[in-house]
Design a protein around this ligand. Structure first.
Ligand code: LRH
Ligand code: MN
Ligand code: MN
Length: 389
């Protein structure tokens, strides 16, 4: 007997999903070897929002855009929020940036010098001011802090400095605001990183309180790491704040989510569904760079990849799975999961889009729209995403 969820329930759940796109994915980016500039890329944060509006128009599920400060610094944030609103968007997470200043050579909030630490903290607090102005809920914190050589600095003391800064930021958060702490196992530091893993991020968030949660960037783990386990655990502890989705083959590759390992993405989304994380408490964000491919269609494709993995996860016959698990039927349990994964959900998603009144083929609709030609003609001298030169 099958108790597979019915299609209308799956479609109803998919309608509630929102996938946030990052402003920096619309700009030029590259590796430390070369940035291949593309024609028509945005020159301003406003133009990034104009492009993001195309992604939302064609997918129907990308209503918010994450900002990165200072890459998206503007004079008037309420005006930027209004610009977004007029295009059917909202401003999403504010990403802080304490990694691009000469002062941060030895770290930011973990730096041995109190003056540099104060400067970094000022920036983080400024990001909360920006959230107040934009109406953003989440502050996303990623620190490049770490050391390159054994003995370079006191690892323990650095944890203390980190905790102090995080506590000051936490104190400043409004009632409806959260801070999401992102970990990454290495790079740019190569010996120690001050927030290298979920355990470190979790320990800090636990001390801070309810409003502090961990963000899982799928590209920030050592090869072979079981990311879905981390997701399951963080959800169980009510400490999963969101995702920075992307794919990796080697390190922090920032390729399109679902491109390298769609099965892993499905397994992650299954744990999200299973763990009750399919709510607005868990932010589904992209964190990607499109160095050689056209950016807007790549972002549309990425949104669709997350949707496909989610649809498959929602299709898992959880009753049959529980029964197989309870009876110790290893092969049957595995078959239930694989059955959902191997389902072609593209027709279901095409139907969902038709229900939403949008084209069932978002990439084709974008290509037909003439937007790529329009921005190529109108925009000259697009900006770089902010790093990778
Ligand atoms: C660090 C990271 C973090 C930054 C972004 C640009 O590797 O994933 O989220 O804010 O890249
Ligand atoms: Mn990230
Ligand atoms: Mn990264």
């Amino acid at each position: 007997m099958t108790s597979r969820p019915d299609v209308s329930a799956v479609k109803a759940a998919l309608r509630t999903q929102a996938i946030e796109t990052p402003s920096w994915a619309y700009g030029n980016s590259g590796t430390r070897f070369k940035v291949f500039a593309q024609p028509g890329v945005p020159r301003t944060p406003q133009e990034k929002l104009d492009d993001a509006a195309r992604v939302h128009e064609h997918t129907g599920v990308a209503p918010t855009v994450a900002l990165h400060i200072p890459w998206d610094r503007v004079e008037d944030y309420p005006a930027l929020a209004q610009h977004a609103k007029e295009r059917g968007l909202r401003l999403g997470a504010i990403n802080s940036n304490v990694f691009q200043d000469d002062d941060y050579k030895l770290g930011s909030v973990c730096h041995p010098d109190a003056g540099v630490r104060r400067k970094a903290l000022r920036h983080l607090l400024e990001c909360v001011d920006i959230m107040d102005a934009t109406g953003s809920r989440d502050l996303k914190l990623w620190f490049s802090d770490g050391t390159n050589y054994p003995g370079q600095d006191d690892i323990r003391a650095r944890q203390g400095r980190l905790a102090e800064a995080l506590a000051a930021v936490y104190e400043r958060l409004g009632d409806d605001q959260r801070m999401l702490l992102e970990y990454k196992f290495f790079e740019p530091a190569f010996y120690t990183t001050d927030v290298p893993d979920w355990g470190t991020a979790y320990a800090h968030c636990l001390r801070l309180g309810e409003k502090a949660r961990v963000v899982v960037d799928t590209g920030h783990h050592a090869p072979g790491t079981n990311i879905e386990f981390i997701v399951a655990l963080l959800l169980r502890e009510e400490k999963l704040g969101g995702f920075d989705f992307n794919s990796r083959f080697y390190a922090d590759d920032d390729l399109m989510v679902g491109a390298a390992d769609p099965f892993q993405l499905f397994r992650i989304m299954y744990e999200v569904v299973r763990g009750g994380g399919f709510t607005s408490d868990v932010a589904f964000m992209l964190d990607q760079c499109h160095n050689i491919e056209a950016k807007i269609p790549a972002i549309i494709r990425s949104v669709m990849n997350v949707q496909e993995a989610t649809a498959k996860a929602l299709l898992v016959d959880r009753e049959a799975l529980s029964a197989a698990q309870a009876s110790g039927d290893v092969l049957a349990a595995n078959a239930v999961l694989m059955d959902a994964y191997n389902t072609d959900v593209r027709p279901l998603l095409a139907e969902l889009r038709e229900d939403l009144g949008i084209d069932p083929d978002p990439v084709a609709a974008y290509h037909r729209s003439g937007w790529a030609q329009k921005i190529t003609d109108e925009r000259v001298g697009g900006t770089q995403a902010g790093w990778g030169a």
